[in-house]
Write a protein that binds this ligand. Structure first.
Ligand SMILES: [Zn+2]
Length: 325
């Protein structure tokens, strides 16, 4: 099971107050559902999902909150992975349930916002954001949980990048989610993907906070475990890379210096060099593996690192002149 599916399964096991269950159901209907008018003007409420745990949750909420028995239909998706799509249908009393959830005086016949539910699903009218809606803190969390259950996904934390998103559909809905999420300081952003507006989080830390807000505590712990391990591994890798880079630099420089010195010795004899150059040449031959800093400590008179560097450049110059005859 993917990390996202595990997270959803965990979320559907949360026992909630009635107020919160209503908010969660509102979100699931808002994100994945709508009203269909296809059957001879009879308005049915339909909510579709590919996640079986989410479908069960929608069914249970409708049954417990409104004492109704929705129908559940299953079909295979035509495109892509041919996943199952579960549709929870409320063929009667749709208007009453929607008004109970806050969609009062809704003109569900309005065709401006028709979307297909799924790729071969029925045409449904997406429901608008309920104007002036204020959520209690407990219900705000539940609304976000419902939105994630219905239209959310999250990358496995072990993957290459952290990513959590909720596919909001309309811009209006995306802006609502954005403002709810950012009331917790989550730094959520919106991006448009074709006709869809997607609210997303990119920072590992904020994804962990979001999982905490919606009550996915098992998922949160797993995410943190993987994230901490990954962080440690990255730090170790960084240290190793740094050390290797420095070591290579030291060795590379020393090897070049030794080549120069040996060349001069062959052609000219280091004994014939001026005293201060002869000293560094002999020191380098005696201590081929140490870096410049360590070499300065072995000089008879105090010389700075740059002073020493300067002498090596002089030696290189001499070698070049010898080479060019
Ligand atoms: Zn509540």
């Amino acid at each position: 099971m993917s990390f996202a599916a595990q997270t959803k399964k965990e979320l559907t096991l949360i026992a909630d107050n009635e107020c919160c269950r209503r908010s969660e159901l509102e979100a699931m209907i808002a994100l994945n559902g709508g009203v269909t008018t296809s059957e001879a003007k009879r308005q049915a409420l339909v909510v579709e999902t590919e996640n079986v745990a989410t479908a069960r949750r929608i069914y249970t909420h409708l049954k417990e909150l409104f004492q109704i028995h929705p129908e559940v239909l299953v079909r295979k998706k035509m495109r892509l992975k041919k996943n199952n799509v579960y549709a929870v249908w409320v063929p009667t009393q749709a208007e009453w349930i929607l008004s109970e959830l806050g969609w009062v005086g809704l003109d569900v016949g309005e065709k401006s916002n028709v979307r297909m539910a799924g790729d071969n699903g029925v045409p449904v009218t997406k429901l608008p954001v309920i104007g002036g809606r204020k959520y209690k803190p407990c219900c705000k969390r539940s609304f976000l949980r419902g939105a994630f259950l219905a239209a959310g996904s999250v990358n496995d934390p072990g993957g290459t990048s952290y990513h959590l998103e909720i596919s909001a559909g309309t811009l209006e809905r995306a802006e609502q989610l954005l403002s709810l999420m950012n009331s917790y300081g989550l730094h959520a952003k919106v991006i448009q993907r074709k006709r869809d507006h997607v609210v997303y989080l990119k920072e590992g830390e904020k994804i962990v906070e979001f999982l905490n807000i919606i009550g996915a505590h098992q998922a949160l712990l797993k995410f943190e475990d993987v994230r901490i391990l990954k962080g440690m591994r990255n730090q170790v890798n960084r240290l190793v890379n740094c050390e290797t880079a420095n070591l290579n630099k030291t060795i590379g420089a020393a090897v070049r210096q030794l080549e120069v010195i040996k060349f001069i010795d062959d052609r000219f004899g280091i004994a014939n060099l001026p005293g201060h150059l002869r000293e560094v040449a002999e020191l380098r031959l005696r201590y081929p593996e140490v870096n410049l800093q360590e070499l300065t400590a072995r000089m008879a008179h105090k010389v700075s690192k740059s002073g020493l560097n300067h002498r090596f450049r002089k030696l290189e110059e001499i070698a070049r002149k010898l080479r060019n005859g």
